[in-house]
Design a protein around this ligand. Structure first.
Ligand code: GTQ
Length: 332
């Protein structure tokens, strides 16, 4: 019990009589709210997730080892997950967002499936990767951003004449599971036969654009300034109902304003180097590093280099918070 000596907060002393009473309650699957009230009604968000930094140079050898040990077929998805030490039980990278690094060799593919969870990918390296989303085949290059929205059939692979490919997956699996709303289905064909997908009378809750090519997005980012949001062109809003994504550009010597907000962000360094202060910790990052900012954690990004631009790709759960009226932000 966390007692607080503040009017309006639980502050009950333990006595022998009360302890016996708590035992009786427990035996009937009951409990006294005042023993947990201060914990379950925090003054402000108290994320279980902690700020974390997965350095590419540390994880790369382990990611590359996976294909030597497990086939893509047997693994179904050969992915090394990013596990937040405060969120292990949810397989979450931060908050209720999952992330992992998927690796595929030339000629390998995953079998077609769909799930209620929404997925997005940011390509880290390689040539010849493709994904087929609801029958539409999309060719993927380094730093491309691609969606496999909730309920869409998808399979992916690497062409025989390609190179080893690696990409970061982002999914809302922990959110779906915490809502007990997840479903999973295997496609009747192992891999989908590519067919054109009609966008006529599009009424899906996600973007009709699935593939956002790096060159175009980066050019738009450079033209417009500091931020590029991947958008659903039909609505101008986020690409999927539960997750959004963006690019941040930091010119040499630039830094973002310190801010904090509800909602979680997972970053991947798309280019350059710099550092971020996240909840009082300093993460010195370089290309392909991944780090997270849990909800309500103050943070700031800095490009301390004298010469090179830095670009951060990130995805977030802001659309979920916005849909529920829970997004709050403060700039300091
Ligand atoms: O490709 O749909 O990293 O279902 C984890 C679960 C990727 C996928 C992951 C998945 C996928």
């Amino acid at each position: 019990m966390k007692r607080e000596n503040v009017v309006g907060r639980a502050n009950v002393e333990d006595t022998a009589e009360l302890e016996a009473y708590y035992g009786e309650l427990e035996s009937r699957e009951l409990g006294a709210l005042w023993n947990v009230a201060n914990e379950i009604e925090p003054w402000y968000p108290q994320p279980k997730s902690v700020p974390m930094h997965w350095r590419w140079r540390d994880i790369e050898p382990l990611v590359r080892k996976a294909p030597e040990l497990v086939s893509a077929e047997k693994a179904a998805r050969r992915v090394i997950m990013l596990v937040n030490s405060g969120r292990k039980e949810w397989s979450a990278a931060a908050g209720l967002l999952y992330s992992g690094v998927q690796i595929m060799n030339p000629g390998e593919y995953t079998s077609a499936h769909r799930h209620q969870a929404s997925a997005l990918r940011f390509v880290m390296e390689g040539k010849g990767a493709y994904t087929v989303v609801d029958g539409e085949r999309l060719e993927l290059s380094a730093r491309d951003f691609v969606l496999t929205p909730n309920g869409t059939w998808h399979d992916h692979g690497v062409a025989e004449d390609g190179t080893q490919c690696i990409w970061q997956d982002g999914l809302d699996i922990p959110l779906m599971n915490s809502l007990d709303a997840n479903f999973y289905e295997v496609h009747p064909q192992t891999v989908q036969t590519p067919t054109p997908l009609s966008r006529e009378n599009w009424n899906k809750p996600y973007s009709p654009v699935f593939l956002y090519k790096w060159d175009e997005c980066y050019a738009a980012l450079k033209k417009d300034g500091a931020r590029y949001e991947y958008r659903n062109p039909r609505t101008g809003g986020p690409v999927m109902p539960t997750m959004g994504a963006q690019l941040d550009l930091l010119h040499p010597g630039n830094q973002t304003k310190p801010r904090r907000h509800t909602g979680n962000i997972i970053y991947q360094v798309a280019a350059g180097r710099g550092y971020s202060e996240v909840g009082g910790q300093r993460f010195d990052w370089e290309e392909k590093d991944i780090f997270c900012v849990p909800s309500w954690t103050p943070y700031q990004h800095v490009n301390a280099s004298g010469a090179e631009d830095a670009c951060l790709f990130s995805f977030n759960d802001f659309p979920t918070l916005n849909a529920l009226g829970l997004f709050k932000v403060t700039e300091q």
